[in-house]
Design a protein around this ligand. Structure first.
Ligand code: ZN
Length: 558
C-alpha cells in the first residue's frame, strides 16, 4: 500500500505502518488530502504491484547507512525513527525501487498477497501527540483467501450497523454531538428508564450479597489525593483543583478514598470484617478530546464500584464470592462468554512478597474452584496488587473489558487503616477494589451493540406500544395505557392519524418488544392482541393475561 501511495502521490512522506488486530494501517504526510474516494485507485495500483511478482529483499544496513538512504529519499520520519533506535544495524526491505524500514519477516514476493481491501481514511497525529503534525492514515485488511476476506467484510458491515452512536441516534436513546477536535456534548447517555432498571437491579443484588450501599461526595480537599498518591501517579487524568475559601478542592477521579474514610470513621474489629461497601459513584477523569468516543470513552462516568475490607484469611472466600457475583451480573445482561486474565506482580510494586503471593494465590485459586479457564499476564498487575480482568464477548464475538477485581496493598498502608484482631492487636486489612460493569455509560454502549438496539423487555425504554386501528378505538387504548402504567409497565400509545400498517412498521423500527393492536374485535371482547417485534403474533389475551405475561418476562430479565 505504501508503495502504491508513493507512486500516486510522489510528494508523500512515509511515517509508520504496523499490522494491527485485524488488518494494518499506514500513516502518510501528504499535502494533498487523501480521501475515501482515492481508495479504489490506490487498490488498483496495489493490484498492479501484486501482479508484478516483485521480491521483498531484506538488507541489513548500519544505522549511518540507513539514515543516509532515507535522507536521500526525503523520508524525514524514517530518519527520526532510525536515529532513536539503540541497535547498530537496522533492516530494510526492497521491493522494486521501493524501500521501507522494517524488522521483518516478510512475504517472499508481492503476489503472495491473495485478498485485501482498503477500508478507511482518518487523521492521526505523528506519534499520537496532538502537538505534532496531523498525518493521514489509511486502514486496510488482508486475508489468505477471498472467502475469509468476504467473511470479515460482512462482519465489519454488521459492526457498522450496530455502532452505538448510530443506533443511539436512530432509536433516540441519547443525544450526542460529535465535533472533530473538541469535546463531545453528551446528554443523558443512558435513557432514564433503562438507567433506573440497571441501577435498581444492581442495588438490590448488592444488598442481597451483603454490601452496604454508599453515596459519597463528588469533591474532596486536594490533600486527600496527595495522601492516596493519586497526585503522583494519576495527575494527568485529574482536573485542575478548585479553590474554595482558601482551600484547594479536587473533583473525584475515584471513589476509593471516600470508602476508606468511612471505614476509618469507626474503630473496627475483626468481628466487623468483611466490610463490603458499594456505590454507583460518578467520577471525573480528564481524557483528551482525541480519544473520546461515543459512550465508550467519556469524561464523567458512573462506576459500579465496591471495596471490600477483609482479613488475610478471608480473602479466598471474598474473591470467590466476587467472582460468582460478577458472572451472575454479566449473565443477566446476556453475556455468556468471557476471556479472563490474571495479572501478576510487576517489576515495581508496593507491599511484601508474602502478601503478593497470598493475594495472587487467592485469585488463582478462586478461578480454579470455579473451573474457569484464564490466561496469566505475568508482570501486568498494577503496582499496588494483582488483579483479575474479565472481558466479555458480545453477540458478534468482540471482546470488551468490563469487570476487574484488584487487591490493593497500597491504600491501606498510605491511609493507615487498621482493625483490632482477636489477639487485641492492630492489623492491616486487605482491600479489594472491584467493578463489574465498569462504567455504566460504557457498559450501556456495549449493550446497545450487543443487542443491536433490540433490548430485552426489562431494559427496553418502551416495553409495549398500543396501536389503535381507528380513532374510535383511542379511548379504550388510553384506559389500557393507564392500567399498564399503574402496574409499572413502560407503555406508549400511537394515536397518529396513520394506517395501522404504518404504525406497526414504526414500532418495529424503534425495536419496541411488543405491540398491542386494538380494533373493534378487541374492544367488544375486552381483550388484546399482541405482536412481537419480530412479527410473531402471540394471539388474543385478556388484559389480566397481558399483565402477567409482561410481568413474568420482566422479572425473569430475559
Ligand atoms: Zn477503588
Amino acid at each position: 500500500m505504501a508503495h502504491a501511495v508513493k507512486e500516486l502521490f510522489p510528494e508523500v512522506k512515509l511515517a509508520i505502518g504496523p499490522s494491527i488486530a485485524d488488518g494494518f494501517y499506514y500513516d502518510f504526510d501528504c499535502d494533498t488530502s487523501i480521501t475515501q474516494d482515492d481508495l479504489p485507485r490506490i487498490e488498483k495500483k496495489m493490484k498492479e504491484i501484486i501482479k508484478s511478482k516483485k521480491l521483498f529483499e531484506r538488507r541489513e544496513l548500519s544505522k549511518a547507512e540507513a539514515i543516509k538512504l532515507f535522507e536521500g529519499r526525503g523520508e524525514t520520519y524514517k530518519v527520526e525513527l532510525i536515529s532513536e533506535l539503540e541497535n547498530d544495524t537496522v533492516t530494510v526491505y526492497w521491493e522494486g525501487d521501493f524501500v521501507d524500514l522494517c524488522r521483518g519477516p516478510h512475504l517472499e514476493k508481492t503476489n503472495n498477497v491473495k485478498a485485501f481491501k482498503l477500508l478507511s481514511v482518518a487523521g492521526a497525529y505523528w506519534r499520537g501527540n496532538e502537538k505534532n503534525k496531523m498525518l493521514q492514515r489509511i486502514y486496510g485488511t488482508a486475508f489468505p483467501t477471498k472467502d475469509e476476506l468476504k467473511k470479515h467484510l460482512d462482519f465489519l458491515e454488521e459492526v457498522k450497523k450496530r455502532d452505538h452512536r448510530r443506533l443511539g441516534k436512530e432509536l433516540d436513546l441519547f443525544s450526542l454531538k460529535e465535533e472533530k477536535g473538541s469535546a463531545h456534548e453528551l446528554r443523558q447517555p443512558i435513557p432514564p428508564p433503562i438507567r433506573r432498571e440497571i441501577e435498581n437491579f444492581w442495588l438490590d443484588e448488592h444488598h442481597k450479597a451483603g454490601y452496604q450501599i454508599l453515596y459519597t461526595p463528588h469533591m474532596a480537599k486536594l490533600d486527600l489525593w496527595k495522601k492516596t498518591g493519586h497526585l503522583d501517579f494519576y495527575k494527568e487524568n485529574m482536573y485542575s483543583p478548585m479553590e474554595v475559601e482558601g482551600q484547594d478542592y479536587e473533583i473525584k477521579p475515584m471513589n476509593c478514598p471516600f470508602h476508606v474514610s468511612i471505614f476509618k470513621s469507626h474503630l473496627r474489629s475483626y468481628r466487623d470484617l468483611p466490610l463490603r461497601y458499594a456505590e454507583l459513584g460518578t467520577v471525573y477523569r480528564y481524557e483528551r478530546s482525541g480519544v473520546l468516543h461515543g459512550l465508550l470513552r467519556v469524561r464523567g462516568f458512573t462506576q459500579d464500584d465496591a471495596h471490600i475490607f477483609c482479613s488475610e484469611d478471608q480473602i479466598n472466600d471474598e474473591v470467590l464470592r466476587v467472582l460468582d457475583f460478577t458472572l451472575f451480573i454479566l449473565q443477566t445482561f446476556g453475556f455468556e462468554n468471557y476471556d479472563i486474565y490474571l495479572s501478576t506482580r510487576p517489576e515495581k510494586f508496593v507491599g511484601t512478597d508474602d502478601g503478593w503471593t497470598k493475594a495472587t494465590d487467592a485469585l488463582d485459586k478462586a478461578l480454579k474452584v470455579k473451573g474457569l479457564t484464564y490466561e496469566e499476564d505475568p508482570g501486568e498487575g498494577v503496582f499496588y496488587g494483582p488483579k483479575i480482568d474479565i472481558k466479555v464477548r458480545d453477540s458478534l464475538g468482540r471482546q470488551w473489558q468490563c469487570s476487574t477485581i484488584q487487591v490493593d496493598f497500597n491504600i491501606p498502608e498510605r491511609l493507615d487503616i487498621n482493625y483490632r484482631g482477636a489477639d487485641s492487636r492492630e492489623h492491616r486489612p486487605i482491600m479489594i477494589h472491584r467493578a463489574l460493569m465498569g462504567s455504566l455509560e460504557r457498559f450501556f454502549g456495549v449493550l446497545i451493540e450487543h443487542y443491536a438496539g433490540a433490548f430485552p423487555l426489562w431494559l427496553a425504554p418502551v416495553q409495549i406500544s398500543i396501536l389503535p386501528i381507528a380513532e374510535r378505538h383511542a379511548e379504550y387504548c388510553r384506559n389500557l395505557k393507564d392500567t399498564l402504567l399503574k402496574e409499572g409497565i413502560r407503555v406508549e400509545i400511537d394515536e397518529d392519524n396513520e394506517k395501522i400498517g404504518y404504525k406497526i412498521r414504526r414500532a418495529t423500527v424503534s425495536k419496541t418488544p411488543y405491540m398491542c393492536i386494538i380494533g373493534d374485535k378487541e374492544i367488544s371482547g375486552n381483550t388484546v392482541n399482541i405482536r412481537k417485534r419480530d412479527g410473531e403474533n402471540t394471539g388474543e389475551m385478556t388484559i389480566d393475561g397481558l399483565l402477567s405475561f409482561l410481568q413474568n418476562e420482566i422479572s425473569n430479565r430475559r
